[in-house]
Write a new protein. Sequence first.
Length: 509
Amino acid sequence: MGGGLLIAGTTSDAGKSVVTAGICRWLVRRGMKVAPFKGQNMSLNSFVTREGAEIGRAQAMQAQAARVEPTALMNPVLLKPGSDRSSQVVLMGRPVGELSARGYHGGRQQTLLEPVLDCLAELRGTYDAVICEGAGSPAEINLRRTDIVNMGIARAARLPVVVVGDIDRGGVFASFFGTTALLSPEDQALVAGYVVNKFRGDVTLLEPGIEMLRGLTGRHTYGILPYAHGLGIDEEDGLRVSMRGTVRESVVAPPVGADVLRVAVCAVPLMSNFTDVDALAAEPGVVVRFVDRPEELTDADLVVVPGTRGTVRALEWLRERGLAAELARRAAAGRPVLGICGGYQLLGEHIEDDVESKAGTVAGLGLLPVRVRFAVEKTLARPAGEALGEHVEGYEIHHGVAEVLGGEAFMSDDRGHASDGCRVGAVWGTHWHGSLESDGFRRRFLEQVARDAGRRFVPAPDTSFGVLREEQLDRLGDLIEEHADTDGLLRLIEQGPPAGLPFIPPGAP
């Protein structure tokens, strides 16, 4: 068995994904064979592996950090929310049903512990180290009985646990102490210590608190990681990002041409794979923002309607907010619109959905001559082909099957035959996620958008999204190497939890 470590967090979004990726990159640079793992993931940002399995994008990113090919073993259970109370359950890369939160936590989750542990054991039998990521907080005491992602797997696999806290939010010492003190004695014996994330300022001012925390808990702090701007690493969930209407962090570089290019992304409900626009934000002179009001579309040179887990619900939302009418005006004026996956489907004439929303036949926006029928089987694929004279690759995750009745094909196979999507004038649609990461295609597409928008924007000739992503992952490895106790982390990975860790009362109720 290879070594292992579980990265838990005081809260969601504390930085577990980033720290896990950073440790993976640091270890692989040391010459170790390492793999990421997350037993259960809840996210609408997913990816398709080479064998056609759907996993969380964060684990695909972590696999890239570890320089290994992602597989379903790295994320055996993926939950894709369809509402506040239900999710599609994806097991070993394939959907197995839709369950309410009560139904999942009431029985189904416990039955998944064995296959989750089997996947972890298989990875540990293959790799020198497996770096596991927890979910939410290990101190969610209402869910501990059925836990398969935090202390449940840590105890079953005897993994040492390091808890990450986001000091930028405040209250990090209370969070570390409280998280530990709410665990049972058996679980506390696995919590080796802590990592402070997103610290700004003079570290010497924090050191007295670190010493007091050690005195209170008997546990070591394995790193104080500084706040790092502009990482642009794949996130678990787009909800927090989309609802604040934020501008995506972009490369700080002036435009090559005379104009910038403004991209507005409609922040549709249940937005999935919003990371599709990261490659646009990486281009010098391209400004990407998420919007939810029609007036925010008026000055945009390109409007992107992204993927969504609720296509019919997104249609209703666009109409209720007046965005649908603005999209129709844009199309009539020849101003660029791009729909991706669910966003492509709702640009069509109508949708027959007896699977996702069970709404039956619903009128689409009518901007593309496309009819969509939802199939029970989900399409999971890694297609490649050509578009705008350039090679393009992507991945597909959808139940909707599109019947194209006119216009031009967007994507074609290597023999020039239509393979996906539709284009009518300046309105484009495709099922292919990730296609904008293909550098040549992205440049040609942005050139066309600039012409249609009347902008003197010129794509940078040398932007490589793959190179930028590698640089970002190296930055994560640098954060660990320069600001963490790497000797201590290595001891945990190779030797397991330290002996004699004290119990902090009151423990689990």
